[in-house]
Design a protein around this ligand. Structure first.
Ligand code: KIV
Ligand code: ZN
Length: 517
């Protein structure tokens, strides 16, 4: 087995992370995240599941064509049509990978796949061999490996390696494993398979809160690829957290005997970006990237820190790129300084989008005394990235009247080039504006969630509204930012509706049919 001193980081934020309920990233957002992951030097980016929908396919293709450095992987079941879609989606990558999987546990084979172990074995052979005809680099995952019979799992992995897979992945799909047991299990499988030429990998879910511990237990036994996500996002309780794995391997290098090649100073920035784009906040006490991770409150701790930082700190805020002082931008900031700051914040914008961002920034300077990085991040996120390229509806104007307990709103939208205005009353200005928008578009999405927060201090701060909308079986989130909280709320609603249209379009459906149903 390949047991060198480097542990490969396989980031699946854009695939398993994006599968989490309530997360929906558009193509532009996925690209921005992938570009940051590449700058941080992750080894592999799993960009999506190309056969899942045309939208997924396009997103993987775009990442494959535009992101340089890491291997770009596309997920596929062992079916030919999935493998063909994954191969096509990653063909433009510098280095593409097909990641194919099939379940191997008795419960999955019997109830989900309705296949015998012999059939599963044959399908693994066939699927991996077919994938190898389309790509050099093929990874095979045995879904629910941690609940599979070891002897059968060894047979399956041998078959996958014989058919050409060069990475073999052992997922703890349901987060059932515990560290000591999982480490021993993984070691047994690796020894039993006896393929010194492959890279062994693990993929742990966090249902019992042990995804990171399980992954590290496997690294100790010789695994040299860990699949993980930024902020631990993922199905149910999530996946192993990338930042925790990377910093544990770095801080306890002598214990694990291997390191990653990541630029850890980018961890904080990537975490914030993913949190903003997904709408999943990072708890203050989250290891590595929480806002309190390097804060020392207790007097005894502060005293110790002043004498010697190592008394209470095992790594420094700078190691993970946590912000020291906040940078303040002003209307006199030049183009170069502006571009440098935008890049530092983790955005990679085209010339045209950078120009749009500069206009937004200058406009903000006229409305706000001090513009902070957080203000700018929120504006770029909501005005430039949210909604993506195919924004169908834009807000042209609105007027609200507010009284105690009621409100009325007149809203003008541009819908596919046509301006339409309508008015409605509601129990407040936001409710009234949302009603007016629903009247204009003649759709009735359910508002599942609404929240608004200030992204910086002072009464002229930017307000960022976030909403979740449901229509039929489709649930999406939207966001909007403005110094005016009503405008932010309206923009968030329109962003949500645009995403509903986009999602329906990628499925080849119409929102109007859904609405009728
Ligand atoms: O959790 C899992 O088993 C997976 C596989 C597809 C690798 O996500
Ligand atoms: Zn998973």
């Amino acid at each position: 087995m390949t047991k060198d001193g480097r542990c490969r980081i396989f980031d699946t934020t854009l695939r398993d992370g994006e599968q989490a309920a309530g997360i929906n990233l558009n193509r532009e957002e996925k690209l921005q995240i992938a570009l940051q992951l590449a700058k941080m030097k992750v080894d592999i980016i799993e960009a999506g599941f190309p056969a899942a929908s045309p939208g997924d396919f396009e997103a993987v293709k775009m990442v494959a064509e535009r992101v340089h450095g890491p291997v770009i992987a596309g997920l596929a079941r062992t079916r030919r049509e999935d493998i063909t879609a994954a191969a096509k989606a990653v063909e433009g990558a510098e280095r593409g990978r097909i990641h194919t999987f099939l379940a191997t546990s008795p419960i999955h084979m019997e109830y989900k796949l309705k296949m015998t172990p012999e059939e599963v074995l044959a399908e693994v052979r066939e699927g991996v061999a077919f994938a190898r005809t389309l790509a050099e680099d093929v990874e095979f995952s045995a879904e629910d490996a941690s609940r599979s019979e070891p002897a059968f799992l060894i047979q399956v992995f041998r078959a996958a390696a014989e058919s050409g897979a060069s990475t073999l992945n052992i997922p703890d799909t349901v987060g059932y494993a515990v560290p000591e047991e999982f480490g021993a299990f993984v070691q047994g499988i690796m020894e039993g398979t006896d393929r010194p030429d492959v890279v062994w990998s693990v993929h742990c879910h966090n249902d019992l809160g042990m995804a990171v511990a399980n992954s590290l237990a496997a690294v100790r036994r010789g695994v040299r690829q860990v699949e993980c996500t930024v902020n631990g996002l993922g199905e149910r309780a999530g996946n192993a957290s990338l930042e925790e794995i990377v910093m544990a391997l770095r801080t306890r290098k002598e214990s694990y005997g291997c390191e990653t090649g990541l630029d850890t100073r980018r961890l904080y920035g990537v975490s914030s970006q993913v949190s903003r784009m997904t709408g999943f906040p990072v708890p203050p006490n989250k290891a590595i990237v929480g806002s309190n991770a390097f804060a020392h409150e207790a007097g005894i701790h502060q005293h110790g820190m002043l004498c010697n930082r190592a008394t209470y700190e095992i790594m420094s805020a700078e190691d993970v790129g946590a912000p020291g002082t906040r940078l303040v931008l002003g209307k006199h900031s030049g183009r170069h300084a502006f571009r440098a700051r935008v890049e530092e914040m983790g955005f990679t914008l085209s010339k045209e989008k950078l120009e749009e961002a500069m206009i937004l920034f200058k406009d903000l300077c006229d409305r706000k005394e001090i513009v902070t990085s957080e203000d700018l991040e929120a504006m770029i996120d909501s005005e430039i990235l949210a909604g993506g390229e195919s924004r169908r509806i834009t807000l042209k104007g609105f007027l609200v009247q507010v009284g105690r307990g009621h409100g009325s709103a007149t809203v003008t939208l541009e819908d596919e080039g046509r301006e339409v205005t309508d008015a409605a009353a509601g129990n407040g200005p936001v409710d009234a504006a949302y009603r007016a928008i629903r009247r204009i578009l003649a759709i009735e999405p359910v508002l599942v969630n609404y929240s608004i927060r200030s992204v910086s201090e002072a009464s002229d701060a930017i307000g960022e509204a976030r909403i979740t909308l449901a229509l039929g079986d489709c649930q999406i989130s939207g966001r909007g930012a403005s110094t005016d909280v009503i405008e932010a709320s309206i923009k968030a609603y329109i962003d949500g509706i645009n995403r509903l249209f986009q999602k329906a379009a990628t499925k080849g459906a119409s929102l109007y049919e859904k609405n009728a149903g």
